[in-house]
Design a protein. Structure first.
Length: 426
């Protein structure tokens, strides 16, 4: 890109990639995915579609980023701009002043670079190159603009329209059955909420130090893991590390899953052995097991699936017993191929217009109960309370209209035991 002149002699061209060899859209055409599994610094990673980076019903709500939870801001992808699209650091590790969108902390193009990392400091709002559009005098911060485009402009692909009578089109009864299976098999434990994922950034960057882990501190006990930092509490284990990797004991379909190795370094022109990828616990601290939960929004349109591309179809995902039981934590209610097909039919019709399973939180504050849950625009929510579960014992309904944002509703604690029910209707 061409950026506004600022003090300094470093280049204002080709800052988004080295020699213009690629751009963000090379992997994320129209903000979605090329479907390619790339060997990144955290391991083999399919390009994540960006449509669910922010909740389409409330764009203030963002998910944690990357399959291993190694980023918490869109601006953290400055690291990809510099080290993947760009040439990487200079000899000795200093940041290259000729690449990247972040500039010196004093606003100078040539000033000593401040640190660029995912968690120690927030990257959002830092000094950066700007762009002035033709006919305008407004200098737009370039990295912030990228974030806002992802937040407000990337759309979820529409699901196929079920035209009755066409061959292979699921019936309404099959879609309803699939939705019932989704609930019964506890798929909502990972894919609940209005963004169809429980991965929700609930903190202001940077995260607390106690949230950040690495497989090299404490030192690894097995393997040679990459030292990338990650946010452990957003990881979920469905037994997918080494899934579909030939010879690793977790066969799936044609075993097309990418090997669990991170991108190797080059030292003095010599390619080094590739380190082991994130996804399991290498240092016996009980952390790092599993992956950050992707959204199901528009999932039909963005194959392949899993972090390493092991599943070529949604049917392959559902056929994996470890996945559908959360690695054995839940009973297997989907062993029947007919139920699997009904669930796949339901998954294929999930888009931004689908009615999601909303995550409900409850807490006590003094003599009140606070119910907190996400809402869908214009949907009606009925809230009732009862001291017991005897038929007819529910209180008169309190009705809220959804705004697309999370709401909190307070109710008095006026009985020794109390139950609450939230019902949603379109």
């Amino acid at each position: 890109g061409n950026f506004d002149p600022i003090p300094g002699s470093a280049s204002l061209r080709d800052r988004l990639s080295s020699e213009g060899w690629q751009s963000c859209s090379s992997c994320h055409f129209k903000g979605l995915t090329d479907g390619v599994v790339w060997q990144f610094g955290a391991g083999p990673r399919k390009s994540v579609p960006l449509n669910a980076t922010f909740n389409p019903h409330d764009p203030r709500r963002q998910r944690v980023l990357n399959y291993s939870g190694i980023f918490d801001e869109v601006e953290d992808f400055e690291l990809n701009i510099r080290n993947v699209s760009g040439p990487g650091p200079l000899a000795g590790g200093a940041l290259d002043p000729n690449h990247g969108l972040l500039i010196g902390d004093d606003g100078s193009l040539d000033a000593a670079r401040g640190a660029v990392n995912a968690f120690a400091i927030a990257n959002g709002g830092r000094p950066q190159v700007t762009v002035t559009l033709p006919g305008s005098t407004n200098k737009v911060p370039a990295l912030t603009a990228l974030r806002e485009w992802v937040r407000l402009a990337v759309r979820t692909p529409r699901a196929p329209f079920p035209l009755p009578g066409l061959p292979g089109v699921p019936t309404t009864a099959q879609l309803i059955a699939g939705r019932d299976h989704f609930v019964a098999a506890k798929c909502v434990s990972c894919h609940g909420g209005s963004a169809w994922t429980v991965s929700f950034k609930d903190f202001t960057s940077p995260p607390a130090g106690a949230e950040v882990f690495t497989e090299r501190n404490p030192a690894q006990v097995v393997g040679n893991p990459i030292g990338a930092s990650y946010l452990n509490r957003f990881l979920r284990d469905v037994g997918s590390f080494n899934l579909g990797v030939a010879g690793q004991g977790k066969p799936l379909g044609g075993d097309v899953g990418a090997e669990e190795k991170a991108a190797p370094a080059v030292t003095n022109g010599v390619l080094q052995p590739a380190p082991d990828a994130l996804g399991i616990d290498y240092n016996n601290d009980g952390k790092g097991i599993g992956f950050n939960v992707p959204s199901l929004l528009g999932i039909f349109n963005v194959p392949p699936y899993m972090h390493n591309g092991a599943a070529e179809s949604l049917a392959a995902v559902v056929a994996d017993a470890k996945h559908r039981t959360a690695n054995g934590r839940f009973p297997d209610l989907l062993a029947d191929p007919v139920r699997q097909a009904e669930l796949v039919a339901f998954l294929e019709y999930i888009d931004a217009t689908s009615n999601p399973f909303l995550h409900l939180d409850i807490r006590r504050e003094g003599n009140q109960i606070v119910l907190s849950f996400g809402t869908i625009p214009r949907a009606q929510y009925t809230i009732r309370a009862t001291p017991n579960l005897v038929p007819g014992g529910w209180s008169p309904p309190e009705v809220l209209t959804g705004t697309g944002r999370r709401v909190e509703h307070r109710l008095p604690i006026d009985a020794p035991a109390q139950y609450f029910r939230v019902t949603e209707t379109p």
